[in-house]
Design a protein around this ligand. Structure first.
Ligand code: PMP
Length: 443
């Protein structure tokens, strides 16, 4: 297994780029397919053919309509209808698509200040700052928060954007086992050096960096235990809620809400708008002091072009709907429907004998395939049966822990989920991936 000095494998641009370089080139027919529709509960994929082992493609002109179990459209806000879409269309008409300027210059569209305040209110923090890209929210803000004198304890399954941000910060990185509190405490003790009080530490600060819901594992962070460890050792906590904000908790306010914790106990709350809000961009929320620091020192804020008005408007409308501020109970209904759909699909897969990873409440549902060669087969066969899913392998997972991942949405109906289950069972029988006798991984 290739590993860098900080414990993470090298970051390939994508799963596909790793496979095209190292394994084989013919898998590109079934992922990275051009999309010709809204990525809602259904998706239209445009078929293409490769003549020379995946180097060049020709469109066949055929459209494949699929049930979409691959996009992160957790609450169904990606669908292009309803009041949210109308508001975004109005924003395009009135203010155009691009801001053509950084926020410090002429790019401070009036939606953006309102969005900062709404996000802070939604997640329950003092202040918040928003960025045009979710990936850059991690990779460009982390270097402004951490520096060379910090020790970072990072979950081994953290997202590439976090790893990049940590590397750019030049902090010392120590990786702990996924969601494993004993491993984290061991790392904390190592960092404390002979149990000396915090003021005498060699580190300026110790940061624990974790995610809310892990996108390749479907697991939920053990937040109460991490908060207890953080208090015990005087560390700080950075929590990436990209997959949990909107999707987890009775009020959709992420894993903090799910575990009933106080959001002010988390020092840095990060999240993206690309999943539950059906839009683009990300946010960092925390104390007024932290956000002031980022307004001064974050490269994403200072040098990146500001978020576009329709994108910001989509977030404002969907977030207000989740908060019930649009005067309807649509948002709460969506959150409940997502929870019901996720539990139903996961339970049915388990009953069918598949090895399913993750927490029962998570809308991310990975199914173990193990062999890398089975990943492309399953994705291709699912598309043939009218279901679009995602195949995941190295470097996003260990080499022999390939999986297919289903992302559940509140807009899926029971019939759609049953169709996908039927297709998965058929394929499972063909390539013997249904095997309830294999040991289940510990949560
Ligand atoms: N953090 C996590 C945990 C993610 O999974 C992702 C991408 N899915 C990002 C950050 C980057 O966000 P975006 O896709 O919005 O750029």
């Amino acid at each position: 297994k290739e590993q860098n000095r900080d414990g993470y494998v090298p970051l390939y641009a994508s799963f596909e780029s790793f496979y095209t370089r190292h394994v084989y080139r013919r898998v590109r027919d079934c992922w990275n397919m051009p999309v010709g529709s809204v990525p809602g509960k259904y998706i239209t994929l445009l078929e293409r053919e490769s003549k020379d082992y995946g180097w060049t493609f020709q469109m066949t002109g055929k459209k494949v309509h699929c049930i979409n179990l691959g996009s992160y459209n957790y609450l169904g806000f990606a669908e292009n209808h309803g009041t949210c879409a109308e508001a975004a269309i109005k924003a395009v008409r009135e203010e155009g698509v691009g801001t053509c300027s950084a926020r410090r210059e002429l790019g401070n569209a009036h939606h953006l200040d309102e969005l900062d305040q709404l996000v802070a209110r939604f997640v329950g923090s003092e202040d918040a700052i928003t960025c045009a890209m979710g990936f850059a929210t991690n990779s460009m803000n982390i270097p402004a928060i951490l520096n060379k004198g910090c020790l970072v304890l990072s979950d081994e399954k953290n997202h590439a954007s976090i790893i990049l941000g940590l590397r750019l910060s030049r902090a010392t990185i120590r990786v702990f086992k996924h969601n494993n509190m004993r491993s984290l405490e061991k790392r904390l003790r190592e960092g404390i050096v002979n149990g000396q009080p915090r003021t005498h530490l060699p580190w300026e600060k110790i940061f624990i960096v974790v995610e809310g819901v892990y996108s390749m594992e479907g697991s939920v962070v053990r937040l109460p235990e991490i908060l207890a460890l953080k208090r015990k050792y005087g560390a700080y906590l950075y929590l990436d809620e990209a997959h949990s904000i909107g999707a987890m908790g009775p009020n959709g306010r992420g894993v903090v809400d799910y575990w009933g914790c106080n959001p002010r106990d988390v020092d840095v709350l990060m999240g993206t708008f690309t999943k539950s809000f059906g839009s683009a961009g990300g946010y960092i929320a925390g104390s007024k002091k932290l956000i002031a620091l980022l307004r001064r020192g974050s490269h994403a804020h200072a040098y990146g072009t500001a978020m576009s008005p329709p994108v910001a408007q989509q977030i404002l409308s969907s977030m207000k709907m989740i908060m019930g501020e649009d005067g309807t109970d649509e948002g709460v209904k969506k959150i409940r429907q997502l929870a019901r759909n996720s539990r139903y699909f996961r339970q049915k897969l388990k009953q069918a004998g598949f090895i399913v990873y993750g927490n029962d409440d998570s809308p991310v549902i990975p199914v173990a395939l193990y062999m890398p060669t089975k990943i492309a087969y399953v994705v291709r066969e699912m598309i043939k049966r009218g279901v679009a899913t995602v195949g995941v392998g190295f470097p996003a997972t260990p080499l022999v822990e390939g999986r297919t991942r289903f992302c559940i949405s509140a807009s899926h109906t029971k019939e759609m989920l049953d169709h996908a289950l039927g297709a998965m069972c058929e394929i499972g029988q063909q390539i013997t991936i249904r095997c309830s006798r294999l040991p289940r991984r510990k949560e």
